[in-house]
Ligand binder design. Structure first.
Ligand code: NPW
Ligand code: ADP
Ligand code: K
Length: 509
């Protein structure tokens, strides 16, 4: 489940053709066949279909699809939206094969004629432009795309909705609004961005015979899915004891936000941490101790209800530490964050107000010898970078990688498509979860889950991805089984963690 830019996809094609030896015509045949199979499943037996075809290789895929459907007995109308001389190379080869098989091609750009065709079919296949789009669509293609978008037909795009950029960072475009997209070989970045993802409709990747090793070699990003979780989640041995699964410290909470640290603590224990200590103010301890009797508590010095630094804070005895949840934004509270950045002798997770304080201490990240992990939502990430949220969200892969590499930090950028980035620039998208999570407290729960995962025996990057998987899947299963988006609470996400482990058991369980 690789994620690529247009350039990476072209490199993959080129390598497959020139080094592996699979010809472009063959890849096009495979692509068209793979998409046709999906289309046939979707549209049923005898529905008439209109295939819109443009000049490049995306149009070439369209000719293959038209031939396969014609061969299966479908009534297929092919509308070529560019003049004949624009069809060249492999696309021309497949156009000729289509015609040899009895297919007919109409070159049409006239609005009335196209409207008439689109009104008569229930399914439109969009093979006008793929990843080769440059800039905003030119006429007459722009107008044709408007007609397709206004029609009642179900629109199935090939590889990518025509007009939509494959890469992040492009903000001006006109695009087909697809109902379904069958993405060729690897997901494109735009499938995961707030402003472009919805144009795909429902989408899935279709393999076209490109060897896995070529995809792996040319891509630094992938999706983190169920099979990754199952492969990497460590089992607990029969001889396990509480010390085998991590001693964690969570520092946070203040008079106004006592619940946050309670939720992180509970989530960490529920996820499988061996021992968790909640470091917070005396008042907060008295408020939350009864709600989480399994935890231990560290009474930290305070000023006006907020944690301040002092000798009570002992940090030498932990496998991982989290700070920031419900911490507040006072300057002297920020000193505690700086102290941990300087002295925490173990992996350090910084969330929420901890990220706010981190902004003044970014340079400390570079001198840490143990890993640091931050879990910002887009507002916190944009604040750290000093850019607007919309700029961040138009190119989240780029911005998170830049920060991760510059400061040697792991980043979990939260959202519907959570992006996990390592300091070496490896990136994964974890896409579970639902709008029920759009509620205060769910981030605190994630922090607890991440801390617990960090202390289990797995690669740190995998641990972070698995934590996001547990969090999102817990919400998904809760919504499937007994909750709705509206009533899901952060505490329900904690309760749902056991469903995730029971639904996706690790190998030995
Ligand atoms: N072996 C392979 O490579 C394989 C590739 N595969 C398939 O190829 C696709 C990529 O093909 P590609 O590179 O030919 O580009 P493609 O997306 O068809 O678009 C180029 C055309 O769009 C036009 N155009 C661009 N911008 C425009 C605008 N703003 N407004 C209007 N027109 C615009 C541009 O016109 P021009 O600017 O040249 O006049 C040109 O004609 C890929 O998505 C996948 O489906 C599969 O078959 C598997 C094997
Ligand atoms: N619409 C959504 N779909 C999937 N996940 C979501 C959605 N909205 C929020 N989330 C998840 O919920 C969590 C919210 O975290 P955050 O914004 O820090 O909340 P808080 O600080 O209020 O606890 C993140 O893990 C985010 O990925
Ligand atoms: K397309």
């Amino acid at each position: 489940m690789y994620i690529v830019t247009a350039k990476e996809m072209y490199d993959i094609d080129e390598y497959t053709i020139n080094e592996i030896g699979l010809e472009g015509k063959l890849l096009m045949e495979n692509a068209g066949r793979a998409v046709s199979e999906k289309v046939i499943k979707l549209i049923g037996e005898t529905e008439p279909v209109c295939v819109f075809i443009g000049a490049g290789n995306n149009g070439g895929d369209g000719f293959v699809i038209a031939r396969v459907l014609l061969d299966k007995g479908y009534f297929v109308q092919v509308v070529q939206v560019v003049p004949d001389e624009k069809i060249t190379g492999d696309a021309l080869f497949h156009k000729r094969v289509f015609i040899q098989c009895g297919g007919e091609v109409s070159y049409l750009t006239d609005r009335a004629a196209i409207c008439k065709i689109v009104e008569r079919v229930r399914f439109v296949i969009d093979a006008i432009i793929g990843i080769g789009v440059k800039g905003v669509l030119r006429e007459p293609i722009q107008e044709i795309v408007h007609i397709i978008n206004q029609s009642k037909a179900c629109v199935i795009s090939v590889d990518i909705p025509s007009g939509l950029p494959a890469d992040e960072g492009v903000t001006e475009f006109t695009s087909v609004q697809a109902d379904y997209t069958f993405v060729i070989a690897a997901a494109k970045e735009s499938a995961f961005l707030v402003d472009t993802a919805d144009y795909y409709g429902q989408w899935e990747i279709v393999p076209i015979g490109i060897p896995n090793l070529v995809l792996r070699k040319n891509s630094t990003k992938s999706q983190w899915i169920e099979s990754n979780f199952r492969k990497t989640i460590p089992s607990r041995t029969v001889h396990a004891h509480k010390g085998s699964h991590g001693r964690g410290l969570i520092i946070g909470g203040c008079s106004e936000m006592p619940g946050s640290i309670a939720m992180s603590t509970k989530a960490a224990l529920k996820t499988g941490a061996g021992l968790i200590t909640a470091g917070t103010t005396e008042k907060v301890i008295s408020m939350i101790a009864a709600t989480c009797p399994e935890a231990m508590y560290m009474n930290l010095p305070e000023k006006d209800g907020y944690i301040t630094s002092g000798p009570a804070l002992t940090i030498s005895n932990y496998h991982a530490i989290a700070i920031g949840i419900g911490l507040g934004r006072r300057k002297d509270t920020g000193d505690v964050v700086a102290e941990l950045l300087n002295h925490a002798p173990c992996p350090l997770l910084i969330d929420a107000d901890g990220i706010y304080h981190l902004k003044s201490h970014l340079s400390l990240l570079k001198q840490r010898s143990m890993p640091t992990i931050i879990t910002p939502h887009p507002g916190e990430m944009a604040m750290l970078l000093g850019i607007s949220i919309s700029d961040l969200l138009s190119a989240p892969f780029h911005h998170t990688r830049k920060l991760a590499e510059a400061y040697g930090v792991f980043i979990i950028l939260k959202g519907k498509h959570t992006i996990i980035t390592s300091p070496k620039g490896r990136q994964a998208v974890e896409a579970s979860g639902n709008p029920g999570l759009a509620k205060g407290g769910t981030g605190d729960v994630l922090t607890g889950i991440v801390l617990a995962m960090m202390m289990q025996e797995q690669e740190l990057f995998d641990a972070l991805c698995n934590a996001c998987f547990i969090h999102g899947k817990s919400a998904d299963i809760q919504v499937e089984e007994k909750h709705a988006y509206y009533d899901l609470m952060a505490t329900d996400v904690i309760d749902g963690i056991s469903n995730v482990y029971r639904t996706f058991p690790c190998k030995r369980e």
